[in-house]
Structures are given as C-alpha cells and as structure tokens.
Design a binder for this molecule. Structure first.
Ligand code: ZN
Ligand code: FE
Length: 242
C-alpha cells in the first residue's frame, strides 16, 4: 500500500509525498522547494528517506539539497540529466527498478519535455508519477524533444491499465481543458469534465491526480492519432489564448 499527500508549491507546482507504512519509508517526488515538504512531512509524522526527480527543471529539483541536508535522504534521478541536476546519488534509466520499502517502481523513459525525462510506475499500486510529461488534458511542452517522441510517450502511457492514478507536477487542468474543448468540440467527455474542473477550481480544489482512463477519454494529446496530429495540437496549444 502507498499513501500519497499533495503539496502545493510555487505558483502551480504539486510536490508529492509518498509513504510506505510497512517500512516507514517516505519519498518526495520533484521537490520544487524544501520548506513546504519538510512541513508536510513533520505534520504527518513521516521521515523522508528518498527524493526521486523526473527531470532537471529547477521547479522539480530546487528542494533537493535542502531536503537532503535536513533528512539525510538519498536522491534518485535520470542518468541522462545527472550533469544538469548535480545533486543525484543514484542515476536511473529505462527498465531500472527503484524501491520504496516493499514497493517497486519501474523507470520509464519519456523524453520530449526534456531529453532525459523519466516517469516512475508503481504497477502493483497502479500509480505513476509523470512529472511534466502528461498533464490532466495536456502534455508537457516540447523543449528538448520532438512531437514523435511525445506521441510515443502518450501511446505508452495510454497502454497502462485505465485505473492507474496519474500524478503530474502542475495544476494546468483548466487551461488545458479550454484548449481541449477547441481541439475536440464534439467530445462530450471533455465538456463534462470541464464543468467539473471549473467547479472544483472555483472551490479552490486541486484537479489532480487523474487516471489513464480519464486521459484516454479527454486528453487531446493522448488522443492524437499520429505524431503529426500531436505536433499540430501542441503548436496550437502553445499559442492558444483561452
Ligand atoms: Zn518541466
Ligand atoms: Fe515543471
């Protein structure tokens, strides 16, 4: 079993705290900053033993050093980005397995947002941490990769079991959904989801995690039928003023 806490940080980041009760291990995914993470861990009585990074961007690794200094935890991240992160103890890549107590997560390469971006998939717990690759109704910007790579990423993620909970690193859902409505105006599932999302945001609630099944039905990037279509949609979203 895995217990997960959402920690809002910076303007729209989510840092995830994951706890495995049998071992007492506690994991931080993509700490944008240290303070709210240390506060959340103290409040829940959890001792942080590990940090896992999905990619090198400062809003995902900014808290690494301070959390390690405070807790002595070990830091795991993408081997391909070790030079740009600088604080990694353990470098991982596609096919590697990382452990949180008795739980195992498989490392999946999902390059495109950054060239070495990885995701961590707990198959048994049906949980995946995707960083800035897959968002609710969206995908990451293609800073260091191609539409074909992101298309492959979306296909791989789409093939996971539908009930898999998807933990992404930003609250971008409302903006993504406004574009999704334009990309697929006849998709009733998007219309319905956006009504819920608008209501949740009006109440100040978070809209993530999401699930693979929900993304299959409403995410215009996961639903793109070719790399070209994903490229068109990504370009349209980049300049979308919704
Ligand atoms: Zn990023
Ligand atoms: Fe980010």
């Amino acid at each position: 079993m895995i217990e997960i806490i959402r920690i809002p940080a910076l303007s729209d980041n989510y840092i995830w705290l994951a706890h495995e009760p049998d071992s007492g291990e506690t994991l931080v995914i993509d700490p944008a900053e240290a303070e709210p993470v240390l506060a959340a861990a103290a409040e829940s009585g959890w001792n942080i033993t590990q940090i896992w990074n999905t990619h090198w961007h400062p809003d995902h690794v900014g808290g690494n050093a301070a959390i390690k200094a405070a807790t002595g935890c070990t830091i795991t991240g993408p081997a391909a980005e070790q030079d740009r992160i600088g604080t990694l103890d353990k470098m991982v890549r596609e096919g590697d397995t990382v452990a949180l107590g008795a739980l195992r997560a498989e490392v999946i390469d999902v390059p495109a947002h950054t060239s070495g971006h990885i995701a961590y998939h707990f198959a048994e717990a049906a949980v995946i941490f995707v960083g800035d690759t897959l968002f609710a109704m969206g995908c990451g910007r293609l800073f260091e990769g191609t539409p074909a790579q992101m298309y492959d990423n979306m296909q791989r993620l789409s093939a996971l079991p539908g009930e898999t909970e998807v933990y992404c690193a930003h609250e971008y859902t409302q903006s993504n959904g406004r574009y999704a409505l334009v990309a697929e105006p006849a998709n009733a599932a998007i219309v319905e989801r956006m009504a819920e999302v608008d209501a949740m945001r009006a109440r100040g609630e978070a809209t993530v995690p999401t699930t693979i099944a929900l993304e299959r039905a409403t995410n215009p990037f996961m639903r793109a039928t070719s790399a070209d279509e994903l490229a068109e949609r990504r370009a349209a979203k980049d300049s979308f003023k919704g």
